[in-house]
Design a protein around this ligand. Structure first.
Ligand code: PPS
Length: 293
């Protein structure tokens, strides 16, 4: 990973734009073998993946923060599609990992490996409103050199609306997973609901994975996964990655953790254009999002 300073271009695999180095390992993702009991946390990027990963690991650890301090979050919950020069890929890390495994993925449902369904694996999907996602993603592109240069905010916003950012269009991702949630073992949650009532959403996750939480453990998990606690926790905040790869002085990974920060970025004209795009993309679904607290 220390060699990764070049901002490689996006490539397209099976119709999906993906980070250049990730494309090199795509065959291993397609042929990945799930195991019974694997739990997948799936999201469109910047929608609460790390937050949900920390919650799930704490549930499995019975709220014991010492156990979840054993490693950085990206090692405790490996990222299936991850690949970078000089680093074990996500598929390599997962193949070596003992069960039960918790796995991070950003794949749209149509590219999600069939093996997970064959093994009856559960999926927790977290969705976040598109305006806060695009702002968070723009700052992530700026700070993490595995991405191409984002260009100006205006240019990035256009690329997002055209589905030309890594992992493709936001709209088909959130709609695709929404459509399959009833046929598959998918718990579909919203970032905005997690902000509104974190304990309620943690309880839903615990029930879904068949764990009972005492009030005391629930409270511990709640405290430990607050935005500030995770921002201060090197095992959750990605600061253990070399600054040549993720430069938190450009924009911290744990940036704002709020709903509605998009209002500090969108101009009135950009907001009107985005609302038009959004209306077009979301006219064929009953899925809806909250854009402010
Ligand atoms: S990634 O790179 O796709 O895995 O990023 P992801 O973890 O999905 O999303 C990062 C955004 O989630 C925010 N975050 C949180 N918000 C509230 N509470 C907690 N505990 C929390 N942990 C992470 C993080 O700050 C990013 O959002 P922005 O809007 O950029 O702050």
């Amino acid at each position: 990973m220390k060699d990764m300073t070049s901002r490689p271009p996006i490539k397209v695999v099976d119709g999906m734009p993906i980070l250049g180095p990730f494309a090199e390992n795509w065959e291993n993702v397609k042929t990945f073998q799930a195991r019974a009991g694997d739990l997948v946390i799936c999201t469109y990027p910047k929608s609460g993946t790390t937050w949900m990963s920390e919650i799930v690991d704490l549930i499995f650890s019975g709220g014991d923060a010492q156990k979840t301090q054993r490693d950085a979050i990206y090692l405790r919950v490996p990222f299936l599609e991850f690949a970078a020069p000089g680093m074990p890929s996500g598929t390599e890390a997962l193949n070596r990992m003992e069960s039960p495994r918790v796995i991070k993925s950003h794949l749209p449902v149509e590219l999600f490996p069939e093996t997970f369904w064959e093994k009856n694996c559960k999926v927790i999907y977290v969705a976040r409103n598109a305006k806060d996602v695009v702002v968070s993603y723009y700052h992530f592109y700026r700070m993490a050199v595995v991405h191409p240069e984002p260009g100006t905010w205006e240019e990035y916003l256009d690329a997002f609306m055209q589905g030309k950012v890594a992992f493709g269009p936001w709209s088909s991702h959130v709609k695709g997973w929404w459509e399959v949630r009833r046929q598959r073992d998918v718990l579909y949650l919203f970032y905005e609901d997690m902000l509104e009532d974190p304990k309620r959403e943690i309880q839903k996750v615990a029930e879904f994975i068949g764990k009972e939480l005492s009030e005391e453990v629930l409270e511990k998990i709640h405290q430990r996964t607050s935005f500030q606690a995770m921002k201060d926790n090197p095992m959750a905040n990605y600061t253990t990655i070399p600054s040549s790869v993720m430069d938190h002085s450009i924009s911290p990974f744990m940036r704002k953790g709020r709903c509605g920060d998009w209002k500090n970025h969108f101009t009135v004209a950009q907001n009107e254009r985005f609302d038009e795009y959004y209306g077009r993309e979301m006219s064929d679904t009953d899925l809806s999002f909250r854009f402010q607290d």
